[in-house]
Design a protein around this ligand. Structure first.
Ligand code: GAL
Length: 804
């Protein structure tokens, strides 16, 4: 049976490569000791030179194989499995070269059967992290960074002479009461060493109950097993992502010699000109793109952080699909998507540029490796078979689509483009639509984009992004407009029956090359920042979930009196799934406000837009309904666009009303001042109370008198694994007396961790937009890690995290 030994800890790494280092007798103990996932260089948050991590490094580690490992190399096979190395690896075992691999996003296995021996062995990897123009995505410019290092897991695997290479379980008839599963199993064996028997058993992991069994025999060709008439199986749905376990066993002469376990979900995904259909029902896609990058360590984050991203997307951002732009993500991320019911569009590595024949060959290999690794994930509903935003290349893209269908006949292909009327060789026309610039046009019409005289399955795969970069610490009006732009495009996509949905650019800010971003190597395109802390735009997505799932109520304002240009205060967009918001100021009920269906007719939950702060209060001042409406309209204009936006007709109406009510202009000014700015008032509190079907479900307080009150420190996890690899995020937020982030506080914080763990990144950090975060990594030792954050005004902690 296979034996897998994780090679995660006790690596030694050094910049450069020298032949002497590869000699097994070479002492590397004075090198930096690291665990993988690991980045070859810890980077600053921003403002660094992207050449700094583009170097060659050598990674060395000893590993032990069973002492009784047969010396006869034909009796067993040994491999080293790498999940990702950026971007070229040359692997040596006991001083001799075992193999090479190019491509930084796909897994590879190097056979070391002839080099490995029982007992102690030495593994060395020369990692070339320069941007080789022969490897996708390199060759021109790229709007993201490909950080160096061995940034995913490594393991050594000992097999019998014959073993399972890979298994693909294709779920069929997902909507029928009796479902079916076609299982293809590829094995590696010597010619004429069979016959072998392959068995497949389907289990319900929740109950441990065996649901079906099947078997086939083979002499070495792929084995096919059909499990049919499967009853009592639940379909995999986003709201109920039911997974089953498939155990595949390889037997020779009745003895099990290898086994693998897959997870299976039964679901039907169809792309039609009328949209996307999941399990037979129309399903509008509300998605975000995600880069797998974090501050300081780039791509090198372990399982928990990968899973957490999926959780943030599903549970905090409320999206129903993520595009893994622009490369295959970590398998942990995909596992979490399967478990959470978050759909995935996965694509091959690349960005705009297509290289020469060798480059294309590498791209095709990347595509195939991606599909073979990931085709058992029910969450994946589309393969991206074009290099993101590249020009047409008929032969290349006919081939990528053909290969994708060959390896996985069950899934549709898409190809992301920004060039209109480009050749459609895939099943879905996937288009990055950046037409929205804040004006009236939110999206282009699919037929105009495709140039075809008929409808095709059509998906918007990016919008916004560089059209409106927005920092979490930007001025409020920009943050609010950023949110609105995402909402406008999403609304348009949801309202067009010819568009399957829209995937916004993007979930999280990310580091990038000098040719992109804000000049500090950051693209501030996320609806959340690089620490995964939300901007207002995040609430656009979050608030689209059903209130039964989660209540969201986020006002895109600070309620400060001078943050917006011209001291305006309006409009106030409240991103919420409540159907009514009641506004209170200084303990006085102002009025009730409802969702803005007029501006956002297609969003499941349009924002509640507060366009006046007067509410119902004029009624008690003796104003008729018509006059109330007029005052609210005029005040709304003044406090959203400024006095200069009033037209002569407004003044005329105002004049008539003042005459009617025997009020002077000064009286009117005083009234408006009292009901809007409220200068000098003693109680500045504002309260938003959210209702769903008449029942109060949420309450948020704000105030123009906000002051920094408490530094809050919260960890994502109370305990992490004491393995020297596991991490958790710790978020620091400076809150005002109402519990809201106080965004402009400029406080430097000294971080410390005592006990078996260490802080990733700098220990002295600024609050940025009132918030910062960091990740804590465990040491390979159990115990309590105590975290403190000290500033000149505020201190948070001690916070205890258990390493278990
Ligand atoms: C797109 C590209 C993305 C990102 C985005 C920024 O053109 O596909 O990777 O660069 O622009 O808005």
């Amino acid at each position: 049976m296979r034996q897998t030994i994780a090679l995660d800890r006790s690596w030694f790494m050094k910049r450069g490569n020298e032949e002497a280092w590869l000699d097994p007798s070479f002492t590397h103990e004075d090198w930096e000791e690291v665990s993988v996932p690991h980045s070859n260089l810890e980077l600053p948050f921003n403002g660094f030179d992207e050449h700094s991590y583009q170097f060659i490094s050598t990674w060395i580690r000893d590993f032990d194989l069973p002492k009784d490992l047969p010396a006869d190399q034909t009796a067993r096979r040994v491999f080293v499995d790498f999940e990702a190395v950026m971007s070229r690896a040359t692997v040596f075992v006991n001083g001799l070269e075992a193999g090479r691999h190019s491509g930084g996003f796909t897994p590879f296995s190097i056979e070391i059967s002839s080099l490995a021996k029982g007992g102690r062995n030495t593994l060395a990897v020369i990692v070339d992290s320069t941007e080789d123009p022969g490897i996708p995505p390199f060759g021109h410019v790229v709007d993201y960074l490909c950080y160096g290092g061995i940034y995913r897991e490594v393991a050594v695997r000992v097999q019998e002479r014959s073993f399972i290479i890979d298994a693909f379980a294709l779920a069929r008839d997902a909507l029928l009461p009796k479902k079916a599963l076609d299982v293809e199993v590829r094995i590696d064996c010597l010619p004429a060493s069979g016959p072998f028997e392959v068995e497949a058993g389907l289990l319900d992991p929740a109950t441990g109950k065996a649901l079906a069994r099947g078997s086939c025999s083979t002499d070495g060709d792929p084995g096919w097993i059909e499990l049919h008439d499967l009853e009592g199986i639940l379909a995999w749905e986003p709201g109920r992502p039911t997974l089953y376990e498939l155990i595949i066993t390889l037997k020779a002469a009745g003895t099990a010699i290898d086994a693998v376990t897959l997870r299976v979900g039964f679901r039907q995904a169809e792309w039609k000109a009328e949209g996307f259909f999941l399990n037979g029902k129309p399903f509008k896609i509300r998605g975000l793109n995600r880069h797998q990058a974090w501050p300081y360590v780039g791509y090198a984050m372990p399982e928990r952080a990968q899973r957490r991203d999926a959780e943030i997307l599903k549970r905090e951002l409320g999206v129903n699909l993520v595009r893994s732009s622009h490369y295959p993500p970590s398998r942990h991320f995909l596992d979490a998507c399967d478990e959470l019911g978050l759909l995935v569009f996965e694509e091959l590595p690349g960005w705009q540029h297509i290289g020469d024949a060798a480059w294309k060959k590498q791209a095709i290999a990347d595509l195939e490796d991606m599909i073979v690794r990931d085709r058992n994930h029910p969450s994946i509903v589309l393969w991206g078979t074009r290099i993101n935003e590249s020009p047409d290349d008929h032969d290349f893209y006919a081939e990528t689509a053909r290969r994708a269908h060959g390896l996985d006949p069950s899934r549709a292909t898409g190809g992301v483009r920004y060039i209109e009327k480009s050749e459609l060789l895939e099943d879905v026309y996937a288009f990055n639509d950046f037409v929205h610039d804040g004006g009236p046009t939110a999206l282009k019409k699919p037929r105009r984009v495709t140039g075809l005289g008929h409808d095709e399955p059509f998906l918007v795969t990016e919008h916004n992004g560089h059209m409106f970069p927005t920092k979490r610490f930007d001025q409020e009006e920009r943050l609010a407009e950023h949110a609105r732009r995402h909402a406008r495009v999403l609304d348009a996509a949801l309202g067009d029956p010819g568009i399957a949905g829209a995937i916004g650019w993007c979930a999280f800010d990310y580091n990038t090359h000098k040719d992109f971003g804000s000049g500090d190597r950051v693209c501030y395109h996320g609806v959340s920042d690089m620490f995964r802390i939300p901007k207002y735009a995040a609430a656009v997505y979050a608030s689209q979930v059903d209130p039964s799932e989660r209540i969201v109520l986020e006002a895109a304002t600070l309620f400060a009196k001078g943050e917006r240009s011209g001291a305006t205060l309006l409009p106030i967009d409240v991103w919420t799934n409540c159907d009514e918001i009641v506004l209170w100021r200084a303990g006085e009920r102002v009025g009730s406000y409802g969702p803005d269906y007029g501006s956002f007719p297609n969003l499941p939950h349009p924002p509640v837009v507060i366009r006046d702060l007067i509410g119902d209060r004029l009624a008690t001042e003796g104003f008729s309904e018509g006059d109330q409406r007029l005052v609210k309209e005029l005040v709304g204009i003044i406090f959203s666009k400024g006095l200069s936006a009033l037209r002569w007709r407004h003044y005329l109406k105002l004049g008539l009303m003042l005459a009617r009510k025997r009020m002077s202009y000064a009286d009117a000014e005083k009234l408006v001042q009292r009901f809007t700015m409220g200068w000098g008032q003693s109680d500045e509190s504002v309260e938003l109370v959210g209702f769903v079907k008449g029942e109060e479900v949420a309450r948020r307080r704000y105030g123009g008198d906000a002051r920094a009150t408490v530094l809050e420190m919260v960890a994502d996890d109370a305990a992490i694994n004491a393995d020297g690899i596991d991490v958790t995020r710790i978020v620091l937020r400076l809150l005002d007396q109402y519990g809201n982030i106080h965004p402009f506080a400029q406080e430097a914080l000294q971080l410390s961790a005592e006990g078996p763990g260490c802080i990733i990144g700098p220990r002295l950090v600024p609050l940025s937009g009132g918030v910062t975060a960091f990740w804590l990594r465990s040491a390979a030792q159990k115990g309590t890690i105590t975290i403190m954050a000290k500033g000149s005004r505020f201190t948070a902690g001690p916070l205890a995290i258990e390493a278990v």
